[in-house]
Design a protein around this ligand. Sequence first.
Ligand code: LLP
Length: 385
Amino acid sequence: MFDKKVINKLGRIDTPFYYYDLKLLRNTLEVVKEEAGRYNYKVHYAFKANANDRILNVIRDYGFGADCVSGYEVRKALEKRFDNHKVVFAGVGKADWEINFGIDADIESFNVESIPELEIIDELAGKKNKMVNIALRINPNVNANTHHYITTGLEENKFGINQWDLDKVINVLAKLKNVRFYGLHFHIGSQITDLKSFRNLCLRVNELQKWFVSKRLFPRIINVGGGLGIDYENPNGNPIPDFKVFFGLFDEILELNPKQELHFELGRSMVAQCGTLISKVLYVKEGVNTKFAIIDAGMSDLIRPALYQAYHKVENLTSDMPTEKYDVVGPICESSDSFGKAVKLPHTKRGDLIAIRSAGAYGEVMASQYNLRMLPLAYYSDDDL
Ligand code: LLP
């Protein structure tokens, strides 16, 4: 990803910044398109992973839909000319203006997370004399075996409608005049690398489908959310997740009814590996039993390590000296502003260029101005830097 020419170019730009390899992005999307296409599965890209304009342009040009979790994301999807009939809108707390915005935009469907929300969508649609598609987001109580902060499909999580409420939901649904039952939606968590979790989800969905059909409700679509994990340890060895095995698993286990569509909402697996946070070493300082490499990127640029103790591979792009261990830390006034302890790097000095890898998902989009820092800029491999 980083040959000498690229490193020289990156070295001339003010740090920190995100660097996106758009060729890798396109290669990844090709694979998603091909592997999902085999079964005619539909993929909605989860905007929350990365809503950078250039990234969205590329994703839109492949014809993917948009999975949005705020009115702002829905607005962005329309601005970026995603097909409104391929925009789905999820989230436990949709404000009235957001629902109205989605109704006016004739989006594909609302993924509904509670009975009160269902009633409000019906009421707002009624005021506009419109009929809107709704998919019920059901909490399947399947363990994703991932970090507890990014687990969503357990009964204790705030997401989705719990199974003991299903009778009630369908009674309410039967009375509402401005919502049309479109499908069932699930999402069990993110950065899932153990495919058994998806297998368990499929089995659960099969059971739930049967229950709905027994109530004479026929979901037109099943949406199994996102969550496919990526290889943070070895981004060069595994730049593209195994979409073939992933989609193949659903084909093998999920029992779809004739004409029913299967939808996915992939975020991380589509964009994570194409993004890198590039930074420079400001100082190397001796600690008690360690050396600190203090870099100019911090948790305001990439919060995942501080928030989830997430691992991102750190590389020194400009040194080829023998390896030493460093605690790689940012400039922000928080002890959690660290990118890794005892990271093995070639001997590192002020001015060296540091790459924090696999930062294309939940990186730039979660950046803040904490300490009144600037939001990070972004550069792209397609451009003449
Ligand atoms: N669909 C729904 C309903 C979701 O809540 C999410 C992610 C996705 C799809 C996309 O999941 P993905 O394919 O990207 O795993 N900030 C955290 C991740 C939060 C994920 C939230 N929901 C992180 O940096 O790890």
